[in-house]
Write a protein that binds this ligand. Sequence first.
Ligand code: SF4
Ligand code: SF4
Length: 357
Amino acid sequence: MSTIRFVAPDGLPALLAFLAQDGRRVLAPAEKPAAKRSVVFEPWQPGKPFTLDKATVPAKEAVLPQCEVLLRFKKTRDAENPGRLALSLDDTPQACPTVVFAARPCDARGYTVLDRPYLQGPFADPYYKARREQLTVFTLTCPRGCNTCFCHWVGGGPTSPEGSDVLMTEIDTGYVLQAITPKGAEILAAAPLEDGAALFARAEEARKAAWASLQPAPNLKSAAQKVAERFTDEEFWQEQTNSCLSCGACTYFCPTCYCFTITDEGEGLSEKGGRRLRSWDTCMSSLFTREASGHNPRVSKALRMRNRVSHKFSTYPENWGAFSCNGCGRCISNCPVCLDIRSIVLAAMADGKTTEK
Ligand code: SF4
Ligand code: SF4
């Protein structure tokens, strides 16, 4: 049996303090008081309150920051020949050991979706790689489904271990922690926690109850093909997108969206030099595909929605053999006009009319 440990609720701060040792950055969910309550992953320090509620924003920043410096550059003039410039570059990836604590199974699966293009393509992204190698994921299994989650439609589930190093499950007296990877086993073995093997059966019961709470899932086996067949049906995409505001919230809250833009700042000849930044971008913005000539191949929001949905349910599966949507439901719960990606996919698979949920 894998390494199993137990922690009572009042032992969680001590567990976090242990995880934060040796210079590790611990990202834990924290409540943000606002008009609309939200929960975000933030660096934890002793004494800082945290919650185990599902985060409004996934911990994608652990591997893909909203904005990161890819390289710094500086140009210096040759004193003897001022027309000649020498360029120096520093493109060292910035990464530190990081533990994401209390992710949800959909979030942990999100890292595996990002891993494929960033690590398994013809070019591994060195910045992503440096962060990913230093990442440890503690995932809290979900006690039940909710009305916007559909992880079990797309190959996951409320107790899926994919992408996690440690799986935590709540039982009546606390949390059972199960190592999923050797990295997880090593950290659990060193942690000041009680053995939890005798309690594992209770964790399994809680996991079964979570699955039993889910509504039946539709069969999405033909989704990739059906969505691909809809590609040229512009009327269909128009109908699905009428109410969209092109705000991009659906992509910024998504744990698996990975579009970015690159900008250079500074011109290199100043004392400060210049830097190249990579920042999140969104395919739901009209500017995302506008070319230098002014031509835009995705000029309407219907074409942009087609791209977003087709990438997640058709193109990515064609390339990587899995959906790039993990069913977390954040694009649904955070959309100001309640557009539901499930309805679009089901409509694409049916007769083109929106399927009301
Ligand atoms: S969050 Fe909703 S309104 Fe905003 S771009 Fe996405 S689908 Fe459109
Ligand atoms: S598309 Fe929506 S449901 Fe799917 S992973 Fe992204 S935010 Fe979650």
